[in-house]
Design a protein around this ligand. Structure first.
Ligand code: SF4
Length: 323
């Protein structure tokens, strides 16, 4: 680990000022990914700007009937928050599918969005990796890549985004609120994370002098018919080989609106608009679900998740066995 400085931000404006003055610095909140990256010498910030004392730890109702989730709300608190459990259980379920209780206690909402890929070559500084060192090559393309991306890849990087929470946020059409020197702006969740293209070192469209302050959820939470299914190598603690977030709005047996997002298959949470279009207006039946589950690798997972959501028997994250 290299030497680094440490300062504490007194408010959001101070945090923005500090990061703008030192682009090699990094914000630290829970540190559940950043400290690992520093220990492995993958991240070498000049300074850590501690943002844990900023007033960004509330879940508040918005005027339009949605929720505003402060960037520092711990993942555990969010998953067990009464409003999230009642109105956005898809989000609660996805959070509980990720990491371990100890990590969720530390990890922040904003940090979850910014966690970096778990591609093992990215963490191994003896190997070429375009994400860690642009222009050095990609060890995974001809290497061990069973858990890598199959959608939206480039010849420069085939890494996946590791978050479970973000898959649910993509399905729910959340927005990311970020503050920079020009004030606060709202970024649609679909536009927040990037595909690798020829700059896989840049994960998101957040500007270097901006701080995430909140996530905004729209009013619609698909609380009656939802499921988050995660397929992984072991139930206790592992990143997704594929995960599926489904929210259905069903009336009289017909799907009025469908949301379907995949995790573990791309550089960003992957909304499947084609499948959603096939589902909308169709009867909530196995035949409909089979037609929508086109992607070979995820077919059985999508079919199972749609069935769980339609039946109102979402995947349990306490007993993670798939039934
Ligand atoms: Fe690096 Fe991306 Fe290749 Fe992994 S897949 S080695 S992160 S460039």
């Amino acid at each position: 680990m290299n030497n680094f400085g440490y300062t504490r931000a007194s408010d959001v404006a101070d945090a923005v000022r500090q990061i703008a003055a030192d682009p090699a610095a990094k914000f630290i909140a829970g540190g559940t990914n950043l400290i690992d990256l520093m220990k492995e010498n993958v991240a070498r910030p000049s300074r850590l700007i501690d943002i844990t004392h900023l007033p960004l730890n509330k879940v508040e109702e918005t005027k339009d009937g949605g929720l505003r989730i402060g960037a520092l709300v711990p993942n555990s608190d969010l998953s067990y928050h009464p409003q999230i459990e009642a109105r956005y259980p898809l989000l609660a379920s996805a959070i509980l599918a990720g990491a371990s209780q100890q990590l969720r206690n530390m990890a922040s909402t904003g940090g979850n969005l910014l966690q970096r890929t778990r591609c093992f070559y990215f963490y191994d500084t003896t190997t070429p990796c375009n994400k860690r060192e642009p222009g050095s090559g990609c060890s995974a393309i001809e290497g061990i890549n069973r858990g890598h991306a199959i959608l939206g890849t480039s010849k420069h990087c085939i890494a996946t985004h590791p978050s479970d929470m973000c898959v649910a946020l993509a399905a729910l059409e959340a927005c990311v609120l970020a503050t920079g020197k020009d004030g606060e702006r709202s970024i649609k969740f679909a536009d927040f994370h990037r595909l690798p293209d020829d700059t896989p070192n840049i994960d998101t469209n957040l500007r270097s002098d901006e701080i995430i302050t909140a996530i905004k959820l729209p009013p619609k939470g698909f609380a009656a018919n939802y499921s988050y299914l995660k397929i992984r190598d072991r139930l206790s603690y592992a990143f997704a080989l594929v995960s599926i977030a489904v929210g259905l709005d069903i009336a009289d047996g017909t799907i009025k609106e469908a949301r379907l997002a995949l995790g573990g298959v791309a550089h960003k949470p992957w909304r499947n608009h084609e499948a959603e279009a096939q589902l909308s207006g169709a009867p909530a039946t196995r035949e409909t679900f089979m037609r929508a589950a086109e992607i070979e690798l995820a077919r059985r997972g999508i079919l199972r998740t749609l069935t769980q959501a339609a039946r109102g028997t979402p995947q349990s994250q306490a007993d993670k066995r798939i039934k």
